[in-house]
Design a protein around this ligand. Structure first.
Ligand code: UDP
Length: 401
């Protein structure tokens, strides 16, 4: 319930939300995304949708229908839009469109707002604009340096949306004709993943996964995806281990249902670890759920997110909300959250990642200082009620047009 957040986010924000929500009471809002599990979008919708309902909106979340051929095409689309050289071929594009047409037909009508998340269902607006009064395309990925052929072909499907949302100004493609909003996402401080866990509970959980809780731990939580660079994290850990032999590494990654490449890259990561007993590679099939992710993030002496592309990086927000020393790639949404040397460290290479990790591991007071600052930064910028407020403002704007 919204009121549960009052003392975590402050009364003023909660009052503002109530005021914005009152005239929108009963409005029919639907969120449409590609998967109900795995990755940042589902993470956000799990808590945003109930909160929208709590403030009086008639809000639903629908997951589009797709089979392997569709997700193969959308994975390529996702990668190419984030800059991968491989473009989709004609068959991929026609598969993408065919599934969008199928889902467009299945979508019921009469929505006040239809909120479409990411590229997978982005074709819906152009296909059935009459099914909602207001349309929003919410882009969660980094569009700053897309594959030029892919973005040229993709843009016509999204540039006409009356409202679009991007995490950063840098991600806004040229030619958007609707109202463009720069709004970063947020995490929910009251979910099992982000609520405070005592150090005893956190280490109790980690211990059950074979971590020696009396030795230092580096950790990265993320999907097994080349952009998240788990192989680079292993290399950084190896460099740290030369100076600090007792260090351990945990790579915790969920397998998303819309990510067919995930298993191949998971196996590649295991191969790169080469049987090192101090590298723990875990996924949701080892029963690593929200509490376990929380425990690893809370217990780790350094939390790393060594991405080479990162739309926003909810894992970054989650780690610093737990006041952990954080080291992340200087890319995408990570610098939006981390001020280098103030709320964590930004790095550009494996060597730098290793060096900063060593610094933090050798100086716990430094880690504490960074962690505390980071937490307060998240409190004011990246908690769900702020995000809800921003959406409500956009709904008002759509209404006024
Ligand atoms: N996540 C999880 N279990 C895992 C790995 C990731 O629950 O094993 C969650 C993670 O805590 C975060 C989300 O998945 O909330 C990933 O979002 P992020 O923005 O970091 O990256 P994305 O996967 O969307 O690229």
């Amino acid at each position: 319930m919204l009121s549960d957040y009052t003392h975590i986010c402050g009364r003023e924000l909660i009052a503002e939300i109530k005021e914005l929500a009152e005239p929108l009471r009963g409005r029919r809002v639907v969120h449409i995304s590609a998967t109900a599990f795995g990755g940042g979008v589902s993470e956000i919708l799990y808590t945003l949708v109930p909160l929208m309902r709590d403030v009086g909106l008639d809000c639903e979340w629908q997951v589009i229908y797709g089979r392997e051929e569709f997700f193969n095409a959308t994975k390529l689309l996702h990668n190419a839009l984030q800059g991968a050289p491989q473009d989709l071929d004609e068959e991929h594009w026609s598969t993408w469109l065919r599934y969008n047409e199928m889902n467009a037909r299945e979508l019921s009508g009469d929505w006040d707002v239809c909120l479409v998340h990411d590229p997978q269902p982005a074709g819906l607006f152009g296909l059935v604009p009459e099914k909602a009064k207001g349309w929003v395309w919410r882009c969660h990925i980094d569009l700053s340096t897309p594959n030029p052929d892919t973005i040229a072909r993709f843009l016509p499907y999204v540039e006409g949306y009356p409202a679009t949302l991007f995490h950063m100004q840098d991600y806004v493609p040229d030619g958007m004709s609707g109202h463009v909003h720069v709004v970063p996402p947020a995490i929910d401080p009251l979910t099992p993943k982000n609520m405070a866990l005592s150090p005893e509970d956190a280490s109790f959980v980690c211990d059950q996964f074979g971590i020696d809780v009396d030795r230092p731990l580096m950790c990265q939580v993320s999907r097994f995806d080349p952009w998240k660079d788990p192989l680079g994290v292993i290399d950084a850990y190896r460099a740290v281990k030369q100076h600090l032999p007792e260090v351990q590494l945990a790579l915790v990654g969920s397998m998303a249902s819309d990510d067919p490449e995930g298993w191949d890259f998971f196996n590649a990561t295991i191969a790169h670890a080469a049987g090192d007993f101090d590298i723990h590679i875990l996924n949701n099939f080892n029963n690593v759920g929200a509490i376990e992710v929380n425990a690893f993030q809370s217990h780790a002496d350094v939390v790393v997110q060594k991405s080479t592309r990162e739309g926003f990086g909810l894992t970054v927000t989650e780690a610093i909300w737990k006041a952990r020393p954080f080291i992340g790639g200087n890319v995408g949404g990570i610098p939006l959250q981390i001020e280098d040397g103030v709320t964590g460290f930004l790095v550009d290479s494996v060597e730098e990642c290793a060096q900063r990790s060593l610094e933090v591991l050798n100086d716990p007071a430094l880690g504490k200082f960074l962690g505390r600052r980071g937490k307060e930064y998240v409190r004011t910028h990246f908690l769900t009620p702020r995000y809800l407020r921003d959406y409500l403002r956009i709904f008002h704007e759509l209404n006024e047009r």
